[in-house]
Design a protein around this ligand. Structure first.
Ligand SMILES: Nc1ncnc2c1ncn2[C@@H]1O[C@H](COP(=O)(O)O)[C@@H](OP(=O)(O)O)[C@H]1O
Ligand SMILES: [Mg+2]
Length: 296
């Protein structure tokens, strides 16, 4: 009891000390703290620059959030590797047979932070839109967590909310409209939806809900505003790692569109498709997607 009290006091003390710069020691709470910090920085950049030059705003936001995440990870988790969308060589795949000198250090690491400093970059640059997010996930080689994602946080600062694995939202999401007879609501990209998504919606009698940011769409499934998120045609590990960590922690289904598992920290960071939904909906949705893929 005494030891327990001491540990909680230390953790609480560090959390309380966030203003003085000390973040939580527990990875999931640290992920939330970090995503929130980057989110506040993005709000500051947006307020300071305004929306007159969207291209400059996107570049400034990406850089500010990336620099903050990089600096805080180097300071508080110096032994861990990082895979970030904004790193120069992040999109380049390392292949068997290439010299070890070009192998990214994350491939031999046991702990890798997979971060997207600004997901929904396009929406960030558009005035009045709140569908953009900061993603912070921790991949751990020996983790018993699904997909080896041992922590994750998605901050949606313009919506004043953050979801994270330190306090995963309840399952199942409410309201269960599709489970009670309403049409299934499928969240999909506003600008690059899967080629088959309209035909899929027609087949299922589903309603499409266009939104920006993979994190925001998965958060919509977690909160019950949508029943599923379906994506195909291109994406990278950082676009889904953090929200998938939270979705899996709440008990939702998350997989590739062919039903195979999502795998992170691979040599090639491309992870072009996924589906996130309630477990009871997964068999029906995957069967309908399979039908579309076969007719493409
Ligand atoms: N066909 C594609 N190829 C590569 N990346 C894609 C893609 N479709 C979506 N994405 C990425 O997935 C994220 C969510 O997309 P969307 O908002 O369209 O749903 C975005 O990340 P970024 O904003 O971090 O670049 C976007 O770039
Ligand atoms: Mg992204």
């Amino acid at each position: 009891m005494g030891e327990q009290t001491k540990v909680s006091a230390r953790v609480t003390g560090q959390r309380d000390g966030a203003d003085s710069g000390a973040p939580p020691v527990i990875d999931a709470a640290f992920a939330r703290w970090l995503a929130d910090r980057a989110g506040q920085e993005l709000l500051r950049v947006r307020a300071q620059m305004g929306h007159a030059d969207g291209k400059a705003l996107k570049a400034a936001g990406d850089k500010a959030a990336h620099d903050l995440l990089r600096a805080e990870l180097a300071r508080w988790r110096p032994a861990d590797a990082v895979l970030s969308e904004e790193d120069e060589h992040a999109r380049v795949a390392w292949r068997e047979g290439e010299p070890d000198t070009v192998r990214p250090d994350r491939l031999g690491a046991s702990r890798v932070w997979i971060v997207d400093p600004l997901d929904g970059t396009r929406e960030f640059s558009e005035e009045g839109r709140s569908d953009w997010a900061v993603h912070v996930a921790l991949w751990t080689a020996d983790s018993s967590s699904p997909a080896c994602l041992s922590a994750g946080a998605v901050a949606m600062p313009a919506q004043h909310r953050t979801i994270a694995t330190d306090n995963p939202p309840a399952y199942p999401p409410m309201p269960l409209e599709s489970a009670t007879g309403g049409a299934i609501r499928i969240a999909a990209s506003r600008t690059r939806p899967p080629a088959f998504v309209t035909a899929l919606a027609e087949d299922l009698g589903a309603e499409l809900v266009p939104m920006g940011s993979a994190g925001v769409k998965i958060a919509a499934v977690i909160s019950g505003e949508a029943d599923a998120y379906v994506h195909a045609g291109g994406q990278y590990e950082w676009d889904s790692a953090a929200p998938v960590a939270v979705a899996l922690a709440t008990g939702l289904h998350a997989s590739r569109v062919d039903g195979s598992p999502l795998v992170y920290n691979r040599a090639d960071p491309k992870l072009p498709d996924l589906v996130v939904c309630r477990k009871d909906l997964a068999p029906r949705l995957l069967a309908a997607i399979g039908k579309q893929l076969r007719t493409q």
